[in-house]
Design a protein around this ligand. Structure first.
Ligand SMILES: [Zn+2]
Length: 281
């Protein structure tokens, strides 16, 4: 395990920091979310599959992932839904006691209805997942422009084997560039951001000769940038943004934006009335 991903568990959460604190005695939904969140941290503290390992790192805890303690940027109901996702108590069918109709996905029936399935795989939410991704990509591209890069989005190119591959962002400064691929994934393990980076390098490094020629560049790096589906910013992402000259503010805004997108996906899955905008393959 890399030292920057070493979990440093954070035992207590100071909900009093928000000025919009609800009356906990009369808000059972709030209590349910908070109880689930606290239980998660008490009883799953050694679990490998954990949101915590992304959240509890020294660099990022203080800003990008701080929404967990102060929900600025989220409405109260969004914050409650976010806590439910983190505590794994969102009312998906895989959670014991949440369904009388079995555990299969209510929308596609193809697999067990878990939170990772809803946020990352269910065809019912494909359009919303694209919106979530495109929003993060655009935020990143605009932020790069503000620090002096020329940034192009969704550029189509050719790999060395001749296949067509479209990159999310190419950020150019002087004779060098970065091909950046922001990717939203459900947080599963500490090395995941590095694995995403390796995955994206395998896909896009074969396009480097094409883009060198297209933009007359001498050097291009490919970076896969994972953002957690539940609003986490891994240290890997934060460090790369720091190297690119991006501020903490934009990194936090990206985290909040990805989280809002996931909340929208969850709500649409649980409560949306549209039953037919996708086809099973
Ligand atoms: Zn499904």
């Amino acid at each position: 395990m890399r030292s920057e991903d070493s979990p440093k568990y954070y035992p207590a959460f100071a909900f009093e920091e928000t000025s919009e604190k609800p009356n906990q005695d009369s808000n059972s939904e709030y209590n349910f979310a908070v109880d689930g969140f606290i239980s998660y941290h008490r009883f799953n503290i050694k679990e490998e599959i954990t949101w915590t390992k992304f959240y509890c790192t020294e660099i990022v805890r203080g800003y990008a992932n701080s929404w967990i303690r102060n929900h600025k940027g989220l409405t109260l109901s969004e914050w409650i839904d976010a806590l439910k996702m983190v505590g794994y108590v969102a009312p998906v069918r895989a959670v014991p006691g949440r369904s009388l109709d079995g555990t299969r996905c209510r929308r596609c029936l193809s697999e067990i209805e878990t939170l990772p399935h809803i946020l990352g795989f269910c065809p019912y939410s494909e359009a919303l997942r694209n919106i979530r991704h495109h929003a993060v990509r655009s935020m990143l591209a605009e932020a790069l422009k503000e620090v002096g890069f020329t940034a192009h989005q969704e550029v189509q190119g050719l790999a060395t084997q001749g296949s067509v591959r479209r990159i999310d962002i190419i950020a150019i400064k002087n004779n060098s560039a970065y091909i950046l691929d922001p990717t939203i994934r459900f947080e599963t393990h500490a090395d995941q951001p590095h694995e995403v980076d390796s995955e994206k390098k395998r896909i896009y490094e074969p396009t480097i000769p094409f883009y060198k020629d297209k933009y007359s560049l001498s050097h291009i790096d490919v970076i896969g940038l994972m953002v957690g589906a539940r609003g986490t910013i891994p240290c890997f992402f934060a460090n790369k943004c720091k190297n690119l000259g991006l501020t903490h503010i934009i990194v936090k805004e990206i985290a909040i934006n990805a989280l809002k997108g996931s909340i929208q996906i969850l709500r649409n899955h649980l409560y949306g009335s549209d039953n037919g905008n996708f086809k099973l393959s």
